[in-house]
Design a protein around this ligand. Structure first.
Ligand code: PLP
Length: 380
């Protein structure tokens, strides 16, 4: 008999979400504002220790607004992590600017300070500076924020931290997403918590978050009549979705623990197999392990990462390759790319597998996954 599908990461309700959604119905706040939106923002502020937050309809919208507020426009350059989901880079194009992609290091899988420095030196030698730097915290792992922030500060360029995947992660005790001028979280259906679709922009600069709120609501000026002095968007989160978010925030810490336990079980089952390695957790960081991710040396193990993904699919198990880096995307074929010595993000794309990391997955189901991987190993 076929097993139930084992998902990569699916929505996992805590139980109180419907109560808050019902509250929205009972009070008829079926709108992109209301008590759930305010409370959800307060929860995220409290949890992350940031001063201000604005709930949005997507994380992508948050990156768009952040870059817009930093003045990114036509013919500007924006440095951006290459190893990421395209949502980190698309908003650069919305604003008519040009992305320049920066490779990862192998300690963090995130933006390499060495490659970032190279890009800055090269651009300044041409008399150019980027308008902003988008730093991604992949799969819940924090980037090397001290080193990266020091370089960006040296050149006086603002950072947007794409923490879409890293809510609940910490770097040297401080919450992921609270290092740059702006941080962005996503509540898409596959993220560690979800509002069925949504995002949040956070900052310690309260005035800037006021501006973000204005941008997200069509940049309406303070006037009874409809008056607008600058371009705006329709990006505010609905009060219904925010109700789901309120319930989800109550179980976020629990989800992080569950994700970390899933990762630990994979390590225990597979780490001794020749050719298998796992995404590191850097010293002094706390990884939310949104997706458990391994790397495979196909010579030693016997099959490639792509073959593992295909094999698992045959058993109704959802695994995925690591994100295809932006510098390898047809859309960005003409963009600049800076790496260390070798192409680390290309290497991680070739060798990486995201394993089922669903918090509703039972331990028995997870053993089924690891058994199917073990079966592929040539030495077993
Ligand atoms: C999910 C994700 C986003 C975008 O979030 P949405 O809410 O889906 O728009 C941005 N960056 C990364 C790295 C993501 O994984």
């Amino acid at each position: 008999m076929e097993n139930q599908r084992i998902f990569l990461s699916s929505p996992h309700m805590g139980g109180t979400e419907e109560k808050y959604v019902k509250e929205a119905f009972d009070t008829n706040w079926i709108a992109p504002l209301g008590n759930n939106v305010n409370e959800f923002e307060n929860q995220v502020k409290e949890f992350t220790g940031t001063k201000a937050a604005c709930a949005l309809s997507s994380g992508t919208g948050g990156i768009h607004i952040a870059l817009d507020l930093l003045g990114v426009g036509q013919a500007d350059f924006v440095f951006c992590s290459s190893l990421t989901f395209i949502a980190s880079a698309n908003p650069i194009l919305y604003l008519g600017a040009e992305p320049v992609f920066i490779d990862s290091d192998l300690d963090s899988w995130n933006m390499s300070p060495v490659a970032l420095k190279k890009a800055f030196e090269d651009y300044t030698s041409k008399g150019q500076l980027p308008k902003a730097v988008v730093i991604v915290n992949l799969y819940g792992q924090s980037a090397k924020m001290d080193e990266l922030m020091a370089i960006c500060d040296e050149y006086g360029v603002a950072v947007v931290e794409d923490a879409a995947e890293s809510l609940g992660s910490r770097y040297k005790g401080k919450m992921s997403g609270t290092f740059g001028k702006f941080g962005i979280y996503s509540f898409n259906g596959n993220k560690i918590i979800t509002t069925s679709g949504g995002g949040m922009i956070v900052s310690d600069d309260e005035e800037m978050i006021q501006k973000a709120l204005k941008k997200a609501t069509q940049s309406r000026d303070q006037a009874v009549h409809y008056q607008h002095s600058e371009v705006g968007y329709n990006y505010r989160l609905s009060n219904i979705s925010a109700g789901i978010g309120r319930g989800q925030m109550e179980v976020l810490a629990q989800r992080v623990e569950q994700k970390r336990a899933i990762f630990d079980r994979y390590v225990e089952a597979l780490d001794d197999i020749a050719g298998i390695g796992f995404m590191p957790e850097m010293k002094d960081t706390f990884h939310n392990r949104w997706l458990s991710t391994l790397t495979v040396d196909s010579e030693k193990f016997g099959v490639t990462a792509a073959e593992i993904v295909d094999h698992l699919a045959k058993f109704n198990i959802e695994a995925r390759p690591v994100w295809k880096p932006m510098h390898m995307q047809p859309l960005f074929a003409d963009c600049d790319y800076y790496s260390e010595d070798r192409d680390n993000s290309g290497y991680l794309f070739e060798t990486g597998v995201c394993l089922p990391s669903d918090t509703k997955m039972t331990e028995q189901e997870q053993r089924y996954v690891t058994k199917k991987i073990e079966e592929l190993c040539k030495t077993v």
